[in-house]
Design a protein around this ligand. Structure first.
Ligand code: GUN
Length: 282
């Protein structure tokens, strides 16, 4: 079997087209959605991500304000800035790019963001809403994966979904989203014993471990849907957590890297920002 490619780039393009139309209509009604992005320090990956977010906002017609700070900013100064953005009527979404320098508590920063402006979906109240199946902001990467599965008409109810990785940004919210759609969900992580035994049971396998080519053909059940969240920068280029060349021979569907999950993440950030704007404007 050779897997069908899930073209995240194409799905993202179509979704961004719809978002752009919606922003045009909002602007015609006198409302411009606004996103504030805070970048602390000089982490090269963070600089690249923030630039991509800024460009995506510009292309969609969303107002973006990127606020850059040196790594020496104090926690109190950062919290004060978030407070100002919470009260700023031209800003509907606030995102603090992670990771933060070690002297700043990521938990405190995330919890300082007004829940209604938490377009990353990282605030514990949004996390809780997701777990209990109530409306709220959903983290962008898992939200984008759900859109891809829906676009490809991949059934979820009753399927065994195995997620490799338990981060608050991807693994845990992914598990909640799939569970809310009636999948049977298993989360694996670095302490899982006999990982392959479990991944081989997956109808839907989500790899979010941050290790290049970590999932090989032997760990995948023939016919499985394989979603690769990995973005690993190697000298030869960008590679995912899945050994694409091998696994595409056994999977039914697979996301490539680049051009799979990545383009959907920023798309969902744009979507969350216009939703935040609509809700804040009543
Ligand atoms: N760092 C890596 N991914 C993300 C993300 O989705 N949001 C934020 N704020 N920081 C990140």
């Amino acid at each position: 079997m050779v897997a069908t490619l899930i073209d995240g780039k194409a799905i993202a393009k179509a979704t961004r087209g719809r978002i752009k139309e919606e922003v045009t209509q909002m602007k015609a009604a006198g409302i411009t959605p606004g996103l504030a992005v805070i970048l602390v320090g000089e982490n090269p990956a963070s600089i690249t991500y923030v630039r991509s977010k800024e460009r995506a906002c510009e292309q969609a017609g969303i107002y973006s304000r990127v606020i850059r700070h040196p790594a020496t900013i104090t926690e109190a100064e950062l919290l004060q800035e978030i407070q100002q953005l919470n009260e700023d009527p031209s800003i509907h979404g606030i995102l603090v790019q992670l990771p933060l320098p070690p002297h700043i508590s990521e938990d405190l920063v995330i919890e300082a963001i007004r829940v209604e402006k938490d377009v990353d979906g990282f605030h514990p109240i949004n996390t809780g809403n997701l777990v209990v199946g109530k409306p709220g902001f959903v983290p962008c990467t898992p939200a984008g994966i759900m859109v891809m599965l829906e676009e490809m008409k991949i059934p979820i109810a009753g399927k065994h979904a195995v997620i490799v990785g338990r981060s608050n940004i991807v693994g845990k919210p992914m598990a909640s989203l799939l569970l809310n759609q009636n999948a049977t969900v298993t989360i694996c992580h670095s302490k899982t014993v006999e990982l392959g035994e479990i991944t081989r049971q997956a109808d839907i396998l989500v790899a979010a471990v941050g290790k290049p080519n970590f999932i090989s053909k032997a760990e995948v059940k023939p016919g499985a849907v394989v979603i690769d969240v990995g973005i690993n920068r190697l000298p030869e280029g960008l590679v995912g957590d899945v050994n694409f060349e091998e696994v595409k021979e056994v999977a039914s569907y697979i996301t490539p890297v680049p051009g799979g999950v990545g383009p959907m993440t920023i798309t969902m950030l744009l979507e969350n920002t216009i939703q935040a704007c609509k809700q804040l404007q009543g």
